[in-house]
Design a protein around this ligand. Structure first.
Ligand SMILES: NC(=O)c1ccc[n+]([C@@H]2O[C@H](COP(=O)([O-])OP(=O)(O)OC[C@H]3O[C@@H](n4cnc5c(N)ncnc54)[C@H](O)[C@@H]3O)[C@@H](O)[C@H]2O)c1
Length: 362
């Protein structure tokens, strides 16, 4: 049934607009957690670096991402949004966004057809054409390539935050088909360390407890892959008293895990392994994570970049912006950086204001 918000708008499709009050309270609570985004709003001091930006987005729709969407609006952007995952939408949050006239097309438990319909409703809107894409997984980008390639004439760039989406963009770039610049947010240091390592270290237990409702002390757990996500998950499970086995294919990561006193081998979970598993064994695949500030800064950077700074290629977030993200987080811990003296800066060949490390630093 077509729904309507209290201001008379129908430009959204969600489960139930009546959940808006509950969703708004969740967003307000999330604002206290999304400190860097809130600091960015404050730092803008009413300026609108995203004025005239029309962002079409496809990410999770949760209380945390809602803080991002509303930050983009505070910075001047117009947005239309769909969910990148059919299960992860918080319906009450989608309702709160719709109530604020934020065009959102997402609900928990979408079918495959619903999923693409929602994406299409974001793009295929009379009188509104996107000029920026924010994607988590590459589905929005894929849809525009497939159905509305003419829109790329106006699109200034793509910001992509997942490994999968980045692989798809590199594939397009290699085939010479990438027609706008793209920023790879996944590989920025703050995303890798915060979302992938620290956030997964927390969310693995939260999600496993909620779904499986079992005790982890003494359980034997196999973690596949010892990248940032695997490191976070292994640490959390080990801290709960589980006996953690890690599989890895890369000798460098395998060496890291042996130094950390985990047990390693070189296989991955396949059907035969499942056949061997004990009854009640839990198999879990880490989904994707919260969107934080790197994405907002990547959008500002791409949208305002002077002609020619970015070509039709996939770029990393500039180191200076990555460091800026970290500095905003530091404020919230009331942590203060040591400042290089002029002499020290000269000796090290650095600017006192960064970047402090080379772009390859992890
Ligand atoms: N849930 C979340 O919040 C979240 C956040 C970021 C990434 N992810 C997902 O987690 C996964 C890992 O992300 P990451 O950032 O740690 O990636 P990564 O590339 O840093 O690490 C993956 C590791 O897996 C290893 N590997 C690859 N194939 C393997 C195999 N067959 N067997 C054993 N090991 C193998 C690689 O060598 C690498 O060290 C991805 O699927 C990603 O989409 C989830």
């Amino acid at each position: 049934m077509q729904q309507i918000n209290s201001k008379g708008s129908r430009d959204f499709c969600i489960k139930n607009i009546k959940l808006a009050g509950f969703g708004r309270r969740e967003i307000e609570l999330a604002e206290d957690e999304m400190t860097a985004l809130m600091a960015l709003r404050k730092a803008a001091q009413g300026e609108k670096p995203l004025a005239a930006a029309k962002i079409v987005g496809c990410t999770h729709v949760t209380a945390q991402t809602a803080v991002l969407f509303e930050t983009l609006m505070v910075l001047g952007a117009q947005c239309r949004w769909a969910a990148c995952n059919i299960y992860s939408t918080q319906d009450e949050v989608a309702a709160a966004l719709a109530e604020q006239d934020f065009p959102v097309f997402a609900w928990k438990g979408e079918s495959e057809d619903d999923f693409w319909w929602c994406i299409d409703r974001c793009v295929n809107e009379e009188g509104w054409e996107p000029n920026m894409i924010l994607d988590d997984g590459g589905d929005m980008t894929h849809w525009i390539y497939k159905k509305y390639p003419h829109l790329f004439k106006k699109v200034k760039g793509i910001v992509e935050e997942s490994i999968t989406g980045i692989h798809r963009l590199h594939h397009l770039s290699k085939a010479g088909k990438l027609c706008v610049p793209a920023i790879n947010v996944n590989d920025s240091v703050t995303k890798q360390k915060f979302d992938n390592l620290y956030c997964c270290r927390e969310s693995i237990l939260d999600s496993l407890k909620k779904t499986a409702d079992i005790m982890f002390g003494g359980k034997q757990v196999a973690v596949c892959g010892y990248g940032e996500v695997g490191k976070g998950c292994s640490a959390a499970l080990k801290a709960m008293g589980s006996i953690v086995y890690v599989t890895e294919i890369d000798p460098i990561c395998a060496l890291q895990l042996t130094v950390c006193l985990y047990t390693g081998n070189k296989n991955v979970v396949v059907r035969e392994h499942m056949d061997l598993m004990k009854n009640g064994c839990v198999v879990c695949n880490m989904g994707r994570s919260n969107t934080e500030i790197d994405v907002a800064l990547a959008l500002i950077e791409l949208f305002n970049a002077p002609e020619g700074r970015y070509k039709q290629d996939v770029y990393l977030l500039p180191k200076k912006l990555d460091e800026y993200v970290a500095s905003l987080h530091l404020q919230t811990f009331d942590a203060h950086l040591t400042e290089l003296t002029d002499e020290q800066a000269k000796y090290m060949g650095l600017s006192k204001y960064g970047p402090f490390k080379s772009s390859h630093y992890r």
